[in-house]
Design a protein around this ligand. Structure first.
Ligand code: CO
Length: 464
């Protein structure tokens, strides 16, 4: 493995380990960009965008758009956009999660997206997310938290008690997919703590977190954030694998890690944006959205006004500048693809089956579950040739359901030409997915080629 390939693969591994939630992913990307001189914009402010400058804006701290503007960019100019998503299927702590059974402390969790739920059994689980803290000034401030400890587990039932388990592993997702987090006899109770005074006499619209969640968990969070338990107002907390992401296989050719769908695309697009310069009359953009795994319909999802709003502010005019810009722009919608699995090869179409570590995959679907068409393929093929990146093609079997992406949605919303692609992997939506270490650099090189050559390449492709 050459140094560049290893560096990019290890960079992705670190990014995944330190990005257990969309909030962390967005914070990590934003930090990299601001360290490189990107100017932070806020949606509530007026923007005065300057040619030759670079900007980053977030929405709900879980979606992010960043862009570089060419030195001679004019209203209605072309934008090369890479789109991806920051969220992954998993388990989230319920609004009231306090739970005990047989002396065990348990935590009520809610499923988020289409997870392979059985992969969450017998793993060491941690907790991470966004916590709103009430500061002494009276302000409510969000903090990121990542408790890097093995705090929870969803234990399987011993085989002696269920001899059929290897034939079919079935479980009730409400009652049997519940983590244990400790034993009551070792736990804290707010009743024991004279310092913890809850204002129970006052009217409370919603019960305080201390009454809704296990005290020991709240104490761990408070300790981590260096605040008092009573200062915790509310949070979104997700369960995540305690084990770090890693390179794997006998030649380090694999990536063993959660959330490769779709932090791989977030990482590769950020790296490419940092390394690329726009054409003088064009702009480059990455748009990383939360909520793809649940259909993208939220204030910060791909189906929201986030991207249209930012593009409109970049176009900065009526008079058709926005429409001109969209018709001259192009979206690479990047999301992980299904590499062929050696034990389950019958699930894949015979000819259009991509392989892990053989390059990014163009996804095609006649029914427009993917937005790819020949016009887009011509562009990406030319870009890939210049960037020396091999490409593969994927079509789902006719007797199999097909996933979808943010591609068709954004394409329809904005009239943007769009192509769906992504790196091949195995076990998508498992708590521990398998990807290819050699593919990471290829994806970032492909995005880099797209950013560098799009305006030039597009000029040679006719279509009205
Ligand atoms: Co995905």
């Amino acid at each position: 493995m050459d140094l560049k390939t290893r560096t990019k693969a290890e960079g992705l591994v670190d990014f995944i380990t330190t990005s257990p939630t969309p909030y962390h992913a967005v914070a990590n990307v934003k930090l990299k960009l601001t360290q490189d001189g990107f100017v932070v914009l806020k949606e509530k402010d007026q923007w005065v965008l300057q040619p030759g400058q670079k900007y980053v804006v977030t929405r709900n701290a879980s979606s992010l758009i960043a862009f570089k503007i060419g030195k001679k960019f004019e209203k209605g100019g072309p934008v090369a956009i890479v789109g991806a998503h920051t969220d992954s299927p998993g388990l989230r702590i319920k609004p009231i999660s306090k739970k005990t059974a047989e002396g065990f402390i348990q935590v009520g969790v809610e499923q988020y997206g289409g997870l392979i739920a059985h992969s969450w059994f017998d793993r060491d689980l941690s907790v991470a997310g966004r916590v709103y803290v009430k500061e002494n000034s009276g302000k409510y401030v969000p903090h990121l938290v990542h408790l890097r400890k093995p705090l929870m587990r969803i234990p399987t039932l011993a085989i002696h008690l269920d001899r059929e388990v290897n034939k079919k592993f079935e479980f009730n997702k409400e009652t049997e997919l519940v983590p244990i987090a400790g034993q009551e006899k070792y736990g804290h109770s707010c009743a024991d703590d004279p310092n913890l005074q809850l204002s129970s006499s006052e009217f409370e619209a919603v019960k305080h977190v201390v009454e809704r969640h296990n005290e020991s968990l709240l104490r761990l969070i408070a300790e981590e954030l260096k605040v008092e338990v009573e200062q915790i107002e509310d949070f979104e907390l997700l369960l995540c694998d305690y084990q770090d992401a890693t390179l794997g296989g006998m030649h380090d050719e694999f990536i063993f890690a959660p959330r490769q769908d779709n932090l791989t695309s977030c990482y590769a697009s950020t790296e490419a944006l940092l390394a690329s310069e726009p054409a003088e009359n064009g702009a480059l953009m990455i748009s990383l959205f939360d909520h793809e795994e649940i259909g993208s319909l939220s204030a910060q999802g791909a189906d929201s006004s986030f991207l249209p709003d930012v593009l409109a502010r970049l176009a900065d005019s009526d008079n058709g500048a926005m429409a001109r810009m969209c018709s001259r722009s192009f979206l690479l919608s990047s999301d992980q693809a299904h590499g062929v699995h050696p034990n389950y090869e019958r699930f894949y179409e015979k000819a259009n089956r991509p392989h892990v570590n053989a390059g990014p995959v163009i996804k095609i679907n006649a029914n427009q579950r993917y937005a790819t068409n020949s016009r887009g393929i011509v562009i990406i093929k030319t870009v890939a040739q210049r960037a020396r990146v091999p490409l593969q093609l994927f079509v789902v079997r006719n007797d199999s359901p097909c996933g979808s992406t943010i591609g068709p949605m954004l394409s329809a919303k904005l009239g943007l030409r769009t192509l769906d692609l992504g790196n091949p992997q195995l076990s998508m939506h498992s708590i521990r997915e398998t990807g290819g270490a050699h593919d990471v650099v290829r994806l970032s090189d492909l995005f880099g080629g797209f950013f560098t050559h799009y305006v030039d390449v597009d000029a040679a492709v006719e279509c009205d």
